[in-house]
Design a protein around this ligand. Structure first.
Ligand code: PMP
Length: 401
């Protein structure tokens, strides 16, 4: 079946123009199979999971736990209990930053992040450093958007407690050499958290092969529902880390004198989870697997190369993020035009892009710009759509001077 036709939302007009959806790095659209899973869950399965003594509860629990096994297979984790369901990448990173730092970071210690992190992989560490009296150190990147690995290696010392780095930059599209980063950090016995929000739907992720200690991602950026994400953590570390939130499910026994905690992964899943959304994430994984992540990557690369070539021919257009290994993200500016003005005019022509700092203000500071216009592609985008945005930019350019 044709991939695009599985996405009902794409088949519409906005302002009387066919919708061109190029905001996939913010969130991808959802295929009918994912929408069906959500509907069917609420139509026939809705029930609170675990501990339920009735049919619906046991069915919902079974499917929820089956999805955990599916995620484990998808990222090739060693154990299902290393998969913790969260609300998304942001919550996953906050969980690790909060819990890991309580156990492993103390006064005078250091945490290393990169200068191209999303705010979600900066602020939780700033908060943790503030609480624990630690210092944040930052890996720089060059004009092309490539991390400086020599500078990275030089930042590490006996006080470095963790490295937190993104697999793929949501603004520049750079695919970072995380296997190498992990190798360098591990040679000094420093654990590594990888923000996989922008990688998971574009590249094969194998957490055992990478050897990363934590890997975080969101369902909604991989054709799944909003409100669900994953925190993968290595068992040895998760066992030593305290709970993140207190509440139902994460306990073994509660008395006013002393509470003991549940085993993994439940220790980190307090309260009622988003069961329907977790099941929807499972269907999104099936959707990706059916197409094949290799096919998705190849399709997107072909489109990104084409779009890059076409955009570069437009006078006054500058692309930010030109690393050789990139995913399907193109950030650009046109002349002196403010990105917001470009985005607003493109919107009126039916083209959805994102404008601004993309929650990566340090990247904007690095280039000395207020923001960019970002077009990001998914597997369902087409060359015709790229031609549409190029024609639109040529049309609006004179209005922007
Ligand atoms: N990290 C990166 C690299 C991202 O692109 C995003 C989303 N833009 C996040 C973290 C945060 O993801 P979420 O909002 O789904 O928690």
């Amino acid at each position: 079946m044709d991939i695009r036709s599985q996405f009902p939302i794409l088949n519409q007009t906005v302002y009387g123009k066919p919708l061109v959806y190029f905001d996939n790095a913010a969130t991808t659209q959802k295929p009918q199979c994912v929408i069906d899973t959500l509907c069917n869950y609420y139509k026939s399965l809705n029930s609170n999971i675990h501990r339920g003594a009735h049919y619906l509860a046991s069915q919902a629990t079974e499917q929820y736990e089956q999805t955990r096994r599916k995620v484990k297979e998808f990222i090739n984790a060693r154990h299902s209990h290393e998969i913790v369901f969260t609300r998304g990448t942001t919550e996953s990173i906050n969980l690790v930053a909060s819990s890991f730092s309580q156990r492993f970071i103390s006064k005078g210690d250091e945490v290393v992040v990169s200068a191209m992190e999303h705010h979600s992989n900066i602020v939780p560490w700033q908060l943790a450093c503030e609480r624990q009296g630690a210092t944040l150190r930052v890996i720089p990147f060059d004009d092309q958007g490539i991390l400086d690995l020599d500078a990275f290696a030089a930042l590490l010392n006996e006080r470095t407690r963790i490295v937190a780095v993104t697999n793929v930059s949501n603004t520049l599209g750079t695919v970072n050499p995380i296997a190498e980063i992990i190798r360098i950090a591990h040679s000094r016995e420093i654990p590594v958290l990888v923000d996989g929000a922008q990688a998971i739907s574009h590249r094969k992720v194998d957490v055992q092969q990478l050897g990363c200690d934590f890997y975080c991602f969101s369902g909604h950026k991989m054709y799944g529902p909003m409100g669900v994400g994953v925190m993968y953590g290595r068992e040895e570390l998760l066992e030593q880390m305290p709970p993140y939130q207190g509440g139902g499910e994460m306990i073994k026994d509660v008395t006013f004198e002393r509470t003991t905690y549940n085993e993994l992964p439940f220790k980190f899943e307090a309260g009622t989870p988003a069961v329907g959304d977790v099941l929807g994430l499972g269907t999104a994984i099936d959707f990706i697997s059916q197409i094949g992540i290799g096919t998705i990557a190849a399709t997107e690369k072909e489109l990104t190369d084409y779009a890059t070539g076409q955009l570069q021919q437009i006078e006054g257009l500058r692309i930010y993020g030109t690393a050789p290994d990139k995913t399907s993200v193109i950030s650009f500016l046109i002349g002196n035009a403010h990105p917001y003005d470009v985005g607003t005019l493109l919107d009126k022509l039916g083209i959805a892009v994102r404008t601004g700092h993309h929650c990566t203000q340090p990247i904007m500071d690095r280039y000395g710009i207020p923001g960019t216009v970002r077009a990001s592609f998914a597997v369902y985008n087409t060359r015709d759509e790229v031609d549409t945005i190029c024609a639109a930019i040529r049309r609006i350019a004179p209005m922007l001077q």
